[in-house]
Design a protein around this ligand. Structure first.
Ligand code: AMP
Ligand code: MG
Length: 325
C-alpha cells in the first residue's frame, strides 16, 4: 500500500510518501515568522503557496506518479485552524481527484507511531517535545494517555522566546544548545514539576531577567539543565506509574544532545532502554502522517469525506488505538 501523508498543523507544510513501512519520500517546507511568534494566517498562506511544489518534489523523490497512490492521509488536528484548514482542503481535493480513500489522523500520535516504527520500540513512554507541545504519553487500556504535560509555555517555544529576548536567531533551541556548551556556572532557576505536569513560564521569565547580569552561556547552560531535569523527572515518574521500560524521545527538541544524555542516564539507572527518533522524522513531517494513515486505514478503513473537517483541539487520549496489539 502506498500512502501519501500531509502535515500542516503549524509552521511546517510536509508531504511524505510511505510504501508500507518504507519511507519513499519526505519533503517539508517551513514557514519562518518575519518577527515575533508564528502568525497563523501567514503560516497558512505559506502552506497554500508551497503545497503544489512540495507535492511535486515528493512524487519525484519517491519516483512514482499520483496515480500510483492508494491512500491519502492528513493531520486533522490538533493545530492552528487556518493551517489545518489548508491541509484538509488540499488532502480532500487530492483524494477526490484521484478517487482514492482518505483518512484524517492525530498529529501527536503520528509522532509516536513513526517513532515506534523507526526505533523498534514496543511500548514506550514517549516524551514529545516541540515548539507547540510538551507531553509525556504512554499506551494504557487502548489509548495513548497523556500522563503529564506542560501547563503553560511548551519547551521549544520557551527556548525560542528566550533566544529572541537574547537577540539570537529563530529557531532558538539549537542556538541555546550551542552556547550552553561554553557555560559552566549553574544559576538557580525556578523548578516546577507538579506530579507529571510541568510549568516553564516562571523559569523563562527569570532566565530573561538574568540577561542583564550573567553571561549568556551560563544562562543557556542553566536553562537547559533545569528544563531538561524537569522533563526527565516527569518521564521517570510516568515509567514507574505505567510500568514501562522504554523511552522514546521525539519532536523538534529531540535533536538536543543534552536532553538525550540526561534521559539516557536516567534510563540506564532504571535498566530501561532509551531511543531517539531519527532527526528527519522527529520534527513535523508528512511521512509520519502517511504511516499513521496506513495503520488506521488497515484497522478501521477510510473516513467519510464529511468527517474530514479539522479538529483544532483534538486530544491524544480521544483516539481509540485500534491498530495496536
Ligand atoms: P517542531 O515544532 O517539532 O518542528 O520543533 C521545533 C522546535 O524545536 C523549535 O522550538 C526549536 O527551537 C526546537 N529545537 C530544534 N533543535 C533543537 C535543539 N538542538 N535543542 C533544543 N531545541 C531545538
Ligand atoms: Mg509536532
Amino acid at each position: 500500500m502506498i500512502c501519501l501523508g500531509i502535515e500542516s498543523t503549524a509552521h511546517t507544510f510536509g508531504v511524505g510518501i510511505m510504501e508500507d513501512t518504507k519511507v519513499l519520500a519526505n519533503v517539508t517546507d517551513m514557514y519562518t515568522p518575519s518577527g515575533g511568534g508564528i502568525h497563523p494566517r501567514e503560516a497558512a498562506e505559506h502552506h497554500s503557496d508551497v503545497c503544489d511544489k512540495v507535492l511535486e518534489d515528493a512524487l519525484k523523490e519517491a519516483e512514482i506518479k499520483k496515480e500510483d497512490l492508494d491512500l491519502i492521509s492528513f493531520s486533522q488536528g490538533p493545530g492552528l485552524p487556518p493551517c489545518l484548514r489548508t491541509g484538509a482542503v488540499f488532502a480532500r481535493s487530492l483524494a477526490l481527484s484521484l478517487n482514492i480513500p482518505i483518512v484524517g489522523v492525530n498529529h501527536c500520535i503520528a509522532h509516536i507511531e513513526i517513532g515506534k516504527l523507526k526505533t523498534e520500540t514496543q511500548d514506550p513512554v514517549t516524551l514529545y517535545v516541540s515548539g507547540g507541545n510538551t507531553q509525556v504519553i504512554a499506551l494504557s487500556s487502548g489509548k495513548y494517555r497523556v500522563f503529564g504535560e506542560v501547563l503553560d509555555t511548551p519547551v521549544g517555544n520557551a527556548l525560542d522566546k528566550f533566544a529572541r529576548e537574547a537577540g539570537l536567531e529563530h529557531p532558538g533551541g539549537p542556538k541555546v544548545e550551542k552556547l550552553a556548551k561554553d557555560g559552566s556556572k549553574y544559576i538557580e532557576l525556578p523548578y516546577s514539576v507538579k506530579g507529571m505536569d510541568m510549568s516553564f513560564s516562571g523559569l523563562l521569565t527569570e532566565a530573561m531577567r538574568k540577561l542583564d547580569d550573567e553571561r549568556l552561556e551560563d544562562i543557556c547552560h542553566s536553562l537547559q539543565e533545569t528544563m531538561f531535569a524537569m522533563l526527565t523527572e516527569a518521564v521517570e515518574r510516568a515509567m514507574a506509574h505505567a510500568g514501562k521500560e522504554e523511552v522514546l524521545l521525539t519532536g523538534g527538541v529531540a535533536a538536543n544532545k543534552k536532553l538525550q544524555e540526561m534521559l539516557n542516564i536516567m534510563c540506564e539507572e532504571r535498566n530501561a532502554s532509551f531511543h531517539t527518533v531519527p532527526y528527519d522524522l522527529a520534527g513535523d513531517n508528512g511521512a509520519m502522517m502517511a504511516w499513521l494513515g496506513i495503520l488506521k486505514y488497515e484497522s478501521t478503513g477510510k473516513d467519510d469525506v464529511e468527517d474530514t473537517s479539522f479538529i483544532q483541539n483534538w486530544r491524544t487520549d480521544d483516539v481509540n488505538v485500534t491498530w495496536s496489539k
